[in-house]
Design a protein around this ligand. Structure first.
Ligand code: PEP
Ligand code: MG
Length: 757
């Protein structure tokens, strides 16, 4: 059954026409289940009805013509119940709706299964048969499984607009394709998509329109000729050492390359206006799918060969300068897994946004994007990268939304928001040299989070009083080996010099989880609960000590270094880290360098550290709450998973109570406590954090002015009252609404309005 399911879905995906793909699917189901009919109804939300879009065993003339109002008939009933309906005799059921055009009078048994994706019903899949017997359990289980696998395909078609086209829904044309992901960097970007595909990844190659068809065909022929020569040389070189059977593989390759079909199919697509790499992708993929679905083992193995050959031809095409991307004036990069290098290749001033299918807020490309103020969306499911190439797009980095080919109404709305954003930033400029003091005179220390040199200027320009979090893993992520002690010292010194005499808090290496070093892969079932942060540093004292010594040496004469330890679960880890820290200090002290022993602190990022905050505070000089991780561990919500992102909110009462507990524990030990997660720059959270007594807030440079604006409007009384009020509340949603209302009353509507729809 699993194989059959895979085949059905793969055949569907290989079919470029959505309608035909659905029709193929219902035909397969009838064949496989040996049933009399299978049909698919998709929900047309605009019209409030289910439309028959594919059918086998029913009157073919009914396809696209029959619709069932959303709350009527057995179809409406399945959708409403959101569970399978398995009936022995459908005609006798009170919900049965007779539609003569379907010609289903002879069918008695009925099994309908809803197609649901992320709680939303997209359609109903039905099988029917003449005999009046309920479908057996295995058929029901099969259809449920198929519907679950079908759901993301249909949701994706809905997002990309294919479904609207299929339903010929005139109303739908007033809506643009939308995708949702994780906000990677705030801001709004309006521009043109440029699909970036990694070298030698055929599946990611986008379609691209071309003008000069003959030139494109010529390039394809050159690539074919070069590949032919490669295969011949390879065969000559290694064939003598190969057994006859393996040698024949090269003959197969040559035959494929010589085959008039393969080249002709591609040329046909080029003549239709696609560029050579796009034509290559389509043709190779269709052959691979056909071969992979074959029952013959020999043919299935040929799928690998043809893929291999496709990559070889692609490598020649990709080498050609004509095939390098053109960057429009307002470029939005779109890729499976964008890298810092992709970003760097865009000409200066042309990059207005980025969208990455994979990755998270902590991917270094997202960190870089935040530092450079480029609106970015990460982790976008259901996105077909090559379809976004050359498309007009809007990206909303506040909410993680993407709008493709926006209608003018939406475009105008976002242009207005973009102007508001610009005006707000300009209006905040006047605050640069003003202190971050509340209206009643309490000073709040505002620090920045940084990871790269690129954001230092921005931070200083925004009037940061120092660095509350320097993510040292960034230079580690950017390399293909561990940076040496001296390389690290140079990087750290630059940062300390830029901020001196202001304090700079450097966090020791925090890799693991979703931050994987290519040269130090950590493959785990559950990486967020695994080997990460300080756990790795303690298990590799040679790496940890090199880093600590580099930090200490870098601080020479500046004396503005502070060090902090990430992902601490237990005091024993703190004790061991302190032992190594002392060792590093002693070693560096013997080198005749002018350093002072820096303050050392611990990040509170997991629930156990919240409970142990007092014991930890006793041992170190300061605490700093990493609310990004703390939120994910308290709420058990992966901070990078778009599917559960609606549950992730640092304003959850459980998180707020934990924050308060940490502040109280630190202050009982007379130790300062900072907060450096994203919450520190969230206007709705700032009054609460100040009222709790955090000694400093550390945030992205881009959030600094807004936070200062909030601080200056507040009084401690107002902040404390708000804290008392929200501590009585039961959910994050209520708390967020309450805080937004309070900010509005303080005249801070403009601060929360940017990014609000
Ligand atoms: C945090 O977890 O809140 C934090 C600041 O660290 P990071 O986001 O780098 O994990
Ligand atoms: Mg963290």
């Amino acid at each position: 059954m699993l194989k059959a399911l895979r085949q059905i879905i793969q055949t569907m995906l290989a079919q470029p026409d959505f309608k035909e793909a659905l029709q193929l699917m219902v035909q397969h189901v009838v064949d496989l289940l040996q049933t009399d009919a299978c049909s698919l109804y998709l929900l047309d939300k605009q019209r409030g009805e289910y439309r028959l879009v594919a059918a086998q065993g029913l009157n073919p003339d009914a396809i696209m013509k029959v619709s069932v109002p959303v709350h009527q008939g057995l179809i409406g009933w399945v959708g409403e119940r959101e569970e399978p309906v398995n009936l022995e005799n459908a005609n006798q059921h009170p919900q049965f709706l007779s539609i003569p055009l379907l010609q289903e009078e002879n069918y008695k048994a009925f099994l309908g299964v809803p197609i649901i994706y992320h709680r939303r019903v997209f359609g109903v899949l039905i099988v029917q048969q003449r005999t009046a017997n309920c479908f057996d359990e295995s058929t029901e289980a099969f259809l449920v499984t198929l519907a679950v696998q079908l759901a993301p395909v249909i949701a994706s078609a809905d997002a990309s607009g294919k479904m609207a086209v299929l339903l010929e829904n005139q109303h739908s044309y007033t809506e643009e394709a939308r995708y949702a992901g994780i906000p990677g960097a705030p801001g709004i970007g309006i521009g043109t998509g440029v699909a970036i595909y990694p070298l030698l990844e055929l599946d990611a190659v986008p379609d691209r329109k071309i003008e000069d068809i003959d030139a494109e065909i010529h390039l394809l022929e050159i690539a074919f000729a070069a590949s032919r020569k490669d295969v011949r040389l390879l065969a000559e070189r290694i064939s003598p050492n190969l057994p006859v059977e393996e040698r024949s593989l090269f003959d197969v390759y040559q035959r494929m390359l010589d085959s008039a079909d393969l080249g002709a199919e591609m040329i046909h697509l080029i003549r239709k206006g696609n560029w050579a790499p796009g034509a290559l992708r389509v043709v190779i993929q269709s052959h691979v799918n056909r071969l992979e679905n074959s029952d013959n083992i020999y043919l299935r193995e040929r799928a690998i060969d043809i893929k291999d050959l496709g990559l070889r031809i692609l490598s020649y095409l990709q080498n050609n300068p004509r095939h390098l991307p053109n960057y429009p004036e307002k470029t939005i990069l779109v890729g499976e897994a964008l890298t810092a290098v992709d970003l760097a290749e865009v000409p200066e001033g042309c990059l207005v946004g980025m969208v990455s299918v994979k990755g998270s807020r902590n991917s270094h490309v997202a960190i870089l994007a935040r530092a450079m103020g480029v609106p970015t969306i990460m982790g976008v499911e259901n996105l077909s990268v090559h379809e976004l190439n050359a498309k007009e797009m809007i990206i909303d980095g506040y909410y993680g939304q993407i709008y493709v080919s926006p209608m003018s109404k939406l475009r105008k709305k976002f242009e207005r928001l973009l102007t508001e954003e610009r005006e707000l930033n300009e209006s905040l400029e006047v605050l640069r040299d003003q202190p971050a003091d509340t209206a009643d005179g309490k000073h709040v220390t505002l620090l920045v989070n940084t990871g790269l040199g690129a954001d230092v200027g921005l931070a200083l320009a925004a009037g940061a009083e120092g660095v509350g979090l320097y993510r040292t893993e960034t230079p580690f992520l950017m390399r293909d080996r561990f940076p040496s002690g001296e390389e690290q010292r140079v990087i750290y010194r630059q940062l300390l010099a830029s901020f001196a005499p202001r304090p700079v808090t450097m966090r020791t290496l925090d890799v693991g989880g979703d931050k994987v070093l290519s040269y130090f892969p950590v493959l785990e079932e559950n990486p967020f609960l695994g080997w990460r942060g300080l756990r790795i540093s303690l298990d590799h004292p040679e790496i940890f000590l090199v880093q600590l010594r580099a930090m200490l040496r870098a601080s020479e004469k500046y004396h503005n270094l502070r060090i902090m330890l990430p992902m601490v679960t237990d005091v024993s880890e703190v004790d061991e880290a302190l032992r190594l820290f002392k060792k590093a200090c002693q070693e560096v002290m013997t080198e005749d360098v002018n350093i002072k022993i820096p303050a050392i602190g611990v990040m509170i990022e997991v629930p156990s550290a919240v409970s142990a905050a007092g014991a930890i505070a006793k041992r170190v000089d300061f605490l700093s709450v990493g609310s990004n991780d703390l939120t994910q561990y308290i709420l058990a919500v992966d901070r990078n998973n778009a599917r559960v992102a609606n549950l992730y909110d640092a304003l959850h009462p459980a998180v707020l109570r934990a924050l308060l507990q940490v502040v109280e524990s630190a202050h009982q030990e007379n130790k300062p406590v900072s907060i450096c997660g994203e919450i520190a720059g969230d206007p709705s959270a700032v009054p609460l954090l100040i009222a709790m007594g955090f000694d400093s807030l550390s945030m992205n440079a881009s959030a600094l002015m807004r936070t200062k604006c909030v601080v200056r409007k507040l009084t401690m009384d107002i902040a404390k009252t708000l804290l008392q009020e929200v501590l009585m509340m039961e959910s994050a949603v209520t708390i967020r609404c309450h805080m937004e209302l309070a900010l509005k009353k303080l005249g801070l509507e403009h601060i929360i309005r940017v990014g609000k729809r």
